[in-house]
Design a protein around this ligand. Sequence first.
Ligand code: 8YV
Length: 323
Amino acid sequence: MKVFVTRPIPETGIQLMKDAGIAVTISAKTLAQEVLITELQQYDALLSAGFVKANAHFLEACKHLKVVSLFSVGYDNVDIAAATRLGIPVGNTPGVLSRATADTAFLLMLAVSRKAFYNYHKILDGKWQEFEPIADLGIELYGKTLGVFGLGSIGFEMAKKCKAAFDMKIIYHNRNRNETAEKELGAGYVSFEELLANSDVLSAHANLSPQTKNIFNKNAFSKMKPRAIFINTGRGGLHDEADLKEALDQKTIWGAGLDVTNPEPMAPENPLLRMPNVCVLPHIGSATEETRDQMALLSARNVIAGLTGAPLPTIVNPEVYKK
Ligand code: 8YV
């Protein structure tokens, strides 16, 4: 049994796989797709940390793969229908990263509301001079309305924090109703249009899919409040970057906090990085020691299960077993 790990991950997960008798190869750098395909001819499991594009061509070419284990909750880089057709179970890491990712959304919300990154740069640029009572003022969050787009486990953690810290009113839009959030947080289910119109902070946590790609575009921003803050810790593809920039320039919305961009990495000369009401982070949503350890363990368990013919503990395509 041999697994190829595309980037170094915490040792906890590596050790677990070794203890299960699996030979582990860890790639020190990201390989180009065709190089990776050639390499994978010798492996029966792939642990994908980072953003390997496992499309139908890739999955068909890697003939010996018994399992694809993602070091992420998001699975937008994998053609799930193709994996299912080929009988390959795909595992991901839901749950264990929800709090850390919601912390990042909360951090961005607060940072944007007080122009934190911009003010930090003011010091670095030597522009902190005399006291200016009306310069660079932020806006407060107490009692405001948080709109959650995609109220799954991460969205729920974000809503919990906003309610506890700022007594925010919670509204959400989702594929399904979230009864726990309605009961525990008094969250109100609304249409997408109502979410846009009524959110003071709109936090995006949905999966990236053909239905959600660029859903936050010119049209959506035009329906938001002029003092609204847009937060995205899901996937960069959920928002149209040019439309977001225009909405901020024209003050259609007030500010934005992004942990995800399209493409990644974002170029250092991107003008969004210099805007006062914008805070950008380099996709660190789940990047804590504790969470990455848990992600390593869970993704390793998925590899072990896949290689021993057991059901994956956290699987994206359970229908693969019905074949
Ligand atoms: C991962 C993420 O760190 O889980 C996800 O979907 O975006 C992050 O938590 C990233 O995908 C790297 O594997």
